[in-house]
Design a binder for this molecule. Structure first.
Ligand SMILES: Cc1ncc(COP(=O)(O)O)c(C=O)c1O
Length: 391
């Protein structure tokens, strides 16, 4: 039977699509080289740059985040180039694996997935590379598998302090439009983003914001590319997209940017923080009686867009997810080596208090029905925090 009531989607991406965006993407097809569409397109590029806080280059592709990962590596690097990937979790591993497949030499800066990288070790690695063999440092701003962030301003400072010229490559896929991200201020050379998380759109396009230094590196790079070739894109009117532009998604993006700017980017970020904190208060309450706990053990690094929650030893996170799915609530599962061990609550994009409380309430019912150890009262703790902090 088709479940009654609204589907509560709490996967950390793709995310809920607001009704007004849903309507916007039903726009009839128009000529993507025609003046009406070009006006929409140009306004979207300008708006997306405002969300990225950049005034530099922006290249876009019809493809998910993986496409932008690949475009970024192939446009900036040459066969055999050495790069440093900061280990954060499943997504840093996957980006590193892609780089290896593309013919790059990948060095990983190891880190505990629950505590995050030791910045002193990063400084040591950069300082030890006096010959500047490392051509790029890859950082996943918000690791969606573990619910932990990297301090990008600090990484920039370490590159500067050690006078290391490596390109600074950042994955903002689950941070952009949800967490504070400052492309130009933090001296990021290439930032990867996608449509389906903080921008509240369907999966379908991804992009790279590129600094001038990044663009110069592109001009000297030799990894093969065609569809992703940034210089070829600049020859086109759209200065992005080799091939047909995903027209409908741009009508959606125009509405997404309108919603973000109507609320104000800083307020969007503050809303994410508040809802995330409500989730964390709830999980901390559950963690009594040896219950589930936040996977991230470094309080200053917790993510405001996703919480990864470790279930007690001997419990099955997938059984809990199935139970909660029976109430028409979709939680995220554990990725890679975290499969069955964690469940994830995505709290990014188009979300408000009752949605979060519904998700937490269904999860708390699931904990009871599964007989998973926990201290009850998590939802109460979340409600108390939301009441305390109501505007
Ligand atoms: C941080 C991060 N990077 C990369 C990706 C891969 O993006 P996609 O699934 O859109 O290809 C994801 C997907 O969830 C992600 O969360």
């Amino acid at each position: 039977m088709t479940p009654r009531g609204r589907h509560f989607f709490a996967n950390p991406g793709p995310t809920n699509i607001p009704d007004s965006i849903q309507q916007a993407i039903t726009h009839h097809t128009v000529d993507f080289n025609g003046p009406d569409f070009l006006a929409v397109y140009d306004a979207c590029i300008a708006g997306l740059k405002r969300v990225l806080r950049t005034q530099q280059h922006l290249f876009m592709y019809t493809g998910s985040g993986h496409a932008a990962w690949e475009a970024t590596l192939t446009n900036l690097l040459s066969p055999g180039d050495r790069i440093l990937v900061i280990e954060t979790g499943h997504f840093s591993e996957s980006w590193g694996r892609m780089a290896t497949d593309l013919g790059l030499e990948v060095e990983t800066l190891p880190a505990d997935w629950r505590r995050g990288v030791d910045y002193a070790a990063l400084r040591t690695a950069l300082a030890a590379d006096g010959a500047h063999r490392l051509k790029a440092v890859c950082a996943v701003h918000n690791e969606t598998s573990t619910g932990m962030t990297l301090d990008l301003a600090r990484i920039r400072a370490l590159l500067d302090e050690t006078k290391h010229p490596a390109l600074f490559l950042v994955d903002t896929i689950s941070s952009l439009g949800s967490l504070d991200y400052r492309h130009d201020e933090w001296g990021v050379d290439a930032a990867v983003g996608g449509s389906q998380k903080g921008l509240m759109l369907p999966v379908g396009f991804s992009f790279t914001a590129v600094s001038e230094k990044g663009f110069r590196a592109h001009e000297a790079s030799h990894l093969p590319k065609h569809y992703f070739h940034w210089s070829r894109m600049l020859e086109r009117r759209h200065r992005s997209f080799i091939g047909t532009v995903p027209i409908a998604l741009f009508y959606g993006l125009r509405e997404s940017l309108r919603l973000i700017e109507e609320e104000g980017l800083d307020n969007v970020i503050a809303r994410h923080h508040r809802l995330a904190e409500a989730v964390r208060r709830c999980v901390r309450q559950w963690s009594g009686n040896d219950g589930p706990q936040l996977f991230c053990l470094s309080p200053e690094r917790v993510s405001d867009s996703v919480s990864s929650i470790l279930v007690p030893e001997g419990s099955d996170a997938e059984a809990l997810r199935r139970r909660v799915a029976g109430m028409n609530v979709a939680l995220g599962g554990g990725l890679g080596r975290l499969g069955g061990k964690v469940f994830r609550i995505g709290h990014l994009g188009d979300l408000n208090e009752p949605m979060i409380l519904g998700i937490l309430g269904a999860t708390e019912i699931g904990l009871r029905l599964e007989g998973m150890p926990h201290a009850p009262g998590g939802v109460e703790a979340a409600m108390a925090y939301l009441a305390e902090t109501a505007g």
